[in-house]
Design a protein around this ligand. Structure first.
Ligand SMILES: Nc1ncnc2c1ncn2[C@@H]1O[C@H](COP(=O)(O)OP(=O)(O)OP(=O)(O)O)[C@@H](O)[C@H]1O
Ligand SMILES: [Mg+2]
Length: 255
């Protein structure tokens, strides 16, 4: 059973294939409570596949994964009660207003006072002015903030964000980063996937690189910087960017 010392996310030897195509070939990772963990990988690396397994939407073929101390395969209901997922593609209802979307989710989660919950979320995410407009009129950044707000209804302990800022402009991206940082400061564990190395650099306590089915590097930004082959750093005073480290680790040259 779950104990105080359980890691929020613990993955060992996870495998997943789609027919002949082996996507995950033995993934191992752990995430500490209240930390932000960033999973990096190129298109098709298997990031969404891993998130779907951890959020009980997809079954693995082998290995184990526990979320909040519960095995995802045998205790999916308990896992679902501990988590929330903001998928790669926004899940808001366009026809409804922001307020209606929040109200609906709070009702679906059987919260005692859905209107109050909606009001609090609108304030927290800077959506009060737009609250009564249809979501179809929102900008990408507003939609994403609403999407994250929706996934936080009911205060989940562990939040999965699959590419939370893809397609956002730099300003909206910074807004989302702020929200994510505040959540982690409040004790929420955040597992995010991203293709933006700067995002990982800005947000993550730990960064893991998923490549050819395995985690080929995992550490703090500082630790990953140490992995970067120093011979390639031309100026001693210049720190390598995470992009350079990423490309060096997966065996590609920066252009
Ligand atoms: N349902 C499916 N059936 C068959 N193949 C799939 C399925 N879902 C994903 N794949 C394949 O598995 C691989 C990993 O996909 P996944 O969506 O997990 O990658 P990703 O790292 O999230 O990529 P992206 O950065 O583009 O979101 C890809 O080659 C994809 O085509
Ligand atoms: Mg994906």
């Amino acid at each position: 059973m779950q104990t105080m010392h359980t890691k929020p996310i613990l993955v060992k030897g996870l495998h997943k294939s789609y027919k002949q195509h082996q996507v995950l070939k033995g993934v191992d990772l752990e995430v500490e409570k209240g930390s932000i963990f960033a999973l990096l990988g190129s298109n098709g690396a298997g990031k969404t596949t891993l998130v779907r397994i951890l959020t009980t939407l997809l079954q693995s073929d082998g290995g184990t994964a526990a979320v909040n101390g519960f095995d995802v395969a045998s205790k999916p209901d308990l896992v679902r009660q501990s988590i929330s997922l903001t998928g790669q593609f926004a899940a808001v209802d366009e026809i409804l207003t922001g307020r209606e979307n929040l109200n609906m989710i709070a009702k679906l989660r059987y919260l005692p006072n859905p209107r109050k919950v909606a009001e609090e979320m609108l304030t927290r995410f800077g959506l009060v002015e737009a609250a009564d407009r249809r979501v179809s009129t929102y900008s990408g950044g507003m939609r994403r903030r609403l999407d994250i707000a929706l996934s936080l209804v009911g205060n989940p302990q562990i939040l999965f964000l699959d590419e939370p800022t893809t397609g956002l402009d730099p300003e909206a991206r910074i807004e989302v980063w702020k929200v994510v940082k505040e959540l982690a400061d409040g004790g929420t564990t955040v597992f995010l996937t991203t293709q933006y190395l700067e995002e990982a650099e800005q947000l993550a306590d730990r960064i893991a690189i998923l490549h050819e089915g395995r985690i080929i590097a995992n550490g703090t930004l500082h630790e990953l910087k140490k992995l970067f082959p120093t011979a390639k750093v031309e100026y001693v005073e210049k720190q390598p960017t995470l992009e350079e480290i990423f490309l060096a680790i997966i065996g590609k040259e920066a252009v």
